[in-house]
Design a protein around this ligand. Structure first.
Ligand code: DAO
Ligand code: DAO
Ligand code: DAO
Length: 207
């Protein structure tokens, strides 16, 4: 197969470039759903997880050298290792549900990111989160097809871009780790993304 061709998320038809920022390779694709009023699930956005090729090889090569663990354990460890280390990583969200209000983005954000900050950081960041989400101005529009990129750069700086426009950046290892946990952690939005990332990391290392 042509590994530079875009990849389509089959449930939504959203198409993801296979390479981002010249050096980041697509490792997995998932779908973020949300139950509304407990009645039905809406597809909110599709997401692609990318990581820098050279960083992956540098940080994960030592893992590959360990032959003591089973292949399955090794795959899970690779995913955790990607989350924990200073590897340039991007999660690209492509909006499917065209009627998102900023109010619902704020509250979903406080709920999902907040639960990870508590789980990983061990303390309640409610005030900090609210201070952050209050900056999501009511006039931001996220129609179907909008693209949000959450990029972890070196030294754990998280950059947020909407349709290519930089919204801001914040340096926090905990925040970066929490964001990645939503997408490729053990309780991520879509386990298919976890599996994709595990097998793509494994095959990158075995090349
Ligand atoms: O607006 O009535 C509604 C329900 C939509 C809820 C969707 C919330 C999920 C938001 C997360 C989006 C982050 C870009
Ligand atoms: O799906 O619950 C979730 C997590 C969403 C994280 C998305 C971050 C979006 C930040 C920019 C929003 C600007 C209105
Ligand atoms: O590092 O001590 C810490 C906690 C930082 C939490 C910051 C929360 C702000 C959320 C920013 C989201 C950007 C997508």
């Amino acid at each position: 197969a042509d590994n530079s061709a875009p990849v389509t998320e089959p449930r939504t038809g959203m198409s993801f470039p296979s390479i981002l920022k010249d050096t980041q390779r697509l490792l997995g694709i998932g779908l973020r759903k949300k139950a509304v009023f407990g009645l039905k699930n809406i597809d909110v956005y599709a997401y692609g997880v990318y990581a820098d090729d050279a960083d992956v090889k540098k940080y994960l090569a030592e893992k590959h050298a360990e032959h003591s663990v089973s292949e399955i354990q090794q795959k899970e460890e690779l995913r955790n290792h990607l989350m924990e280390n200073d590897i340039r990583t991007t999660v690209r969200l492509q909006i499917v549900y065209g009627r998102l209000s900023i109010k619902s983005v704020r509250s979903a954000f406080e709920e999902s990111v907040g639960s990870r900050l508590r789980k990983i950081g061990g303390y309640d960041n409610k005030e900090l989160l609210q201070r952050f989400t209050s900056q999501f101005k009511d006039d931001i529009k996220l129609p179907r097809g909008s693209i949000i990129e959450l990029s972890r750069d070196h030294d754990y700086v998280l950059h947020t871009r909407i349709d290519g426009k930089e919204m801001g950046s914040i340096q926090s290892k905990l925040l970066c780790r929490s964001i990645l946990d939503l997408y490729i952690g053990d309780e991520s939005f879509d386990h298919k993304a976890n599996e994709d990332v595990e097998s793509n990391l494994a095959s990158l290392l075995h090349k």
